[in-house]
Design a protein around this ligand. Structure first.
Ligand code: FPP
Length: 246
């Protein structure tokens, strides 16, 4: 994955994607939903490659939400199987390309084989620095906040922290995303206009781009279009617009 373009102020450092529309993509072709998810994995590979080429330092992908357990059992099995297959097949290549893998989401209720695969991916790639791929798996933002509060409560109970230290920054340091900058840009495909319990804390100042295309159709051009839309926005972070301030 080459850094094809220098990052500018208007270039996002961290892009997070809600990959939506696999089922509709399959239905439109008279195919089973599983085919949509399989094509979705191809789009994942293309997006990771494109992010590297476009100089995106952090790419977060919403692969499986804490609410996705409500889906039919066979679809859950398919999604878990695809994740396992992706890590087994692609991990060596990702490592070779200098990609660091981070996983956010609850681990405790995952099966031992998935937990150890996720740990293997993180451990093997932990010193890579070219690009970070954050996989949100069994992830829900409210769960994440609860996990962070629990971690802090444990430190508090152990006398390791005082009430005065409990700032927003301190809470951020206990989220699953500790050490990862907040997303500059959040993309959602398939035309849905929701955040769906994704990165609620980290999205405080993110720009949103909602695209009509279904996830399996998301390609390099779609990625570039979303970045161009981001570049046209005036990010103020509560301050004044560029025009007024200058
Ligand atoms: C939404 O489509 C997509 C998902 C629930 C999961 C996304 C998963 C993948 C792309 C494959 C696995 C990921 C990795 C990282 C290997 P949907 O099923 O909600 O589509 P619909 O709204 O059209 O029914």
């Amino acid at each position: 994955m080459r850094q094809g373009r220098a990052r500018t102020v208007r270039h996002p450092r961290h892009v997070a994607i809600i990959m939506d529309g696999n089922g509709r993509w399959a239905r439109a072709r008279g195919l089973p939903r599983s085919m949509g998810h399989r094509r979705g994995v191809e789009a994942v590979r293309a997006a990771v490659r494109a992010a590297g080429e476009l100089g995106i330092e952090y790419l977060t992908l919403f692969a499986f939400s804490s609410e996705n357990w409500r889906r039919p059992k066979d679809e859950i099995e398919e999604l878990l199987g695809l994740l396992k297959h992706f890590i087994r097949r692609d991990l060596a290549d990702l490592h070779k390309e200098g990609v660091r893998v981070r996983v956010i989401g609850g681990r405790d209720d995952l099966s031992a084989d998935i937990r150890s695969l996720l740990e293997e991916a993180e451990n093997l790639t932990r010193d890579n620095s070219r690009q970070t791929l954050v996989i949100a798996f069994n992830y829900g933002a409210r769960d994440e906040v609860a996990r962070a509060v629990k971690r802090i409560a444990e430190k508090f109970a152990a006398g390791e922290v005082t009430l005065d230290a409990l700032t927003a920054d301190y809470l951020g340091e206990h989220m699953d995303t500790a050490g990862i900058p907040d997303p500059d840009l959040i993309i959602r495909t398939s035309g849905e206009l929701r955040l769906s319990n994704f990165l609620l804390w980290q999205a405080a100042y993110s720009e949103f781009v909602f695209m009509p295309c279904l996830w399996p159709d998301f390609d390099r051009q779609s990625f570039e279009d979303a970045i161009a839309e981001y570049a046209s926005r005036d990010r103020r972070f509560g301050g004044l617009s560029r025009e007024i301030a200058s």
